[in-house]
Design a protein around this ligand. Structure first.
Ligand code: HEC
Length: 182
């Protein structure tokens, strides 16, 4: 064997080794699964909801309706009523629009305006519009009366509802005693 042949053999061995390394590397990239450290999408475990409802509960544990009504700002309530004015009049004997006239609605029986065609859901709910039921209805109409045809999302802020109910109270029903403020 001369050195030329030795070189050829050594070269072949090296080339073989190199081929193995390259094939391994390619196979690694192609096959080996790689796991990201964090999941790319969050699975909704409902925990966020739990904290959200805790937050809502905290809000609901705020001042009671009686306390809010006792300090209701009637002129603010009149401004909040602009959200209702497209569908409701509030003057005595006022016309029904998309919704019934709301003059004296406090303590009035639900669905009592003559000539307005209420949903059967509202009629079936029954009872009078007390401070509490108005507050619940205005918070989320569709939740308080499933099937109501009042297309209004509701007023989230307890103070907005109290100011508004305080304003409605001035319309012919200011003698209805406020709920206890405790
Ligand atoms: C898009 C129109 C619309 C808006 C906005 C709207 N309402 Fe109504 N409202 C209605 C309709 C329609 C009804 C009748 C619901 C039914 O029969 O189910 C109704 C019913 C009511 C009733 C029951 C009255 C009764 O005689 O029993 C009250 C109280 C009321 N709305 C208050 C409000 C207040 C306060 C607002 C503003 C925060 C408001 N609504 C916003 C359409 C509306």
């Amino acid at each position: 064997m001369n050195s030329f042949e030795l070189n050829k053999i050594a070269g072949a061995v090296l080339a073989g080794a190199l081929a193995v390394v390259v094939v391994n590397a390619v196979a690694d990239i192609a096959v080996s699964p790689s796991f990201p450290e964090e999941t790319a999408y969050a699975i909704d475990t409902g925990e966020a909801d739990a904290t959200a409802s805790t937050a809502t509960a905290a809000v609901e544990e705020g001042p009671s309706l009686g306390v809010l009504l006792a300090s209701a700002d009637v002129s603010k309530g009149e401004k909040v009523f602009k959200k209702c004015g497209a569908c409701h009049t509030v003057d005595e004997g006022g016309a029904n629009k998309i919704g019934p006239n709301l003059y004296g609605v406090l303590n009035r029986a639900k669905g009592a305006v003559d000539g307005f065609s209420y949903s059967s859901a509202l009629i079936e709910k029954g009872g009078d519009w007390s401070y509490e039921s108005l507050d619940a209805f205005l918070k989320k109409p569709k939740e308080y009366i499933k099937g109501t045809k009042m297309s209004f999302n509701g007023l989230k802020k307890p103070t907005d509802r109290a100011d508004l109910i305080g304003y409605l109270r001035t319309l012919g029903k200011d003698d209805v005693p406020l709920p206890a403020a405790n």
